[in-house]
Design a protein around this ligand. Sequence first.
Ligand SMILES: [Zn+2]
Length: 272
Amino acid sequence: MIQDILIYIFVALFGLCIGSFLNVVIYRTEEEKSFAKGRSFCPSCKHSLNWKDLFPVFSFLFLGGKCRYCREKISIQYPLVELVTGLIFVLILNFKFEILNQFEIFQFLNIIFWFYVASVLIIIFVYDLKHYLIPDNVLFPAIIIAGIYRIFEICLPAIGQGFSVSLLNYFYAILIGAGFFFAIWFVSQGKWMGFGDVKLAILLGLILGFPNILVGLFLSFLFGAIIGVLLMVLQKKEAKSEVPFGPFLIFGTFVALFWGTDLISWYLNLIL
Ligand SMILES: [Zn+2]
């Protein structure tokens, strides 16, 4: 019991640190710099950051959301990405894994894969929200790695953790997801939906499979409609103005990933 709690605390702290790294990846992608080398620095005054400035969330709170050197405000994006990453890592541990009692190499690789997928989705969420663009250099490797994971899952059921083990499921999911957005993109000639959403849907199909992709898509449009109406009511956006759809797709995917099966059985109980 105490061991379980310790593992959850460890994963939460690990998530905060990875979240801090994701902020660096987002920043370096924005500046088109390599994120493999170079020290962290303040985006405003370019002062190198001390080890004291690099504690996720805590540094932000301690410094009152301002840079220690130039007193410039630090974007709320930094602590938010860290907190959300920590939360999602804990949810992954909770929903996808029995508590890791004994070290098992496939379980270890499995959890690393899901942490990686979550990280990619968080980066794309923030990037699309800020720049209306889905970075290919983050998305494409993820599609390849998720594809390899699904193929391995069929070959080595030990990785599979009771997931559905038919490649066709993922094939259908990609066909439905990417096909759907391709149709919208094609009909509207890129006005209603960007081509980035078509490519993103390939990854989401590999993550969710069929029929969970339907839950993910449904939730995305539901959240999109709710937020769209709210923005119009608050008159922040004109009805016509552009809102990136990627963040909604990713939010819907996370909800479907964790609660999709429950939602499907709840819905089936409702109509049958
Ligand atoms: Zn500064």
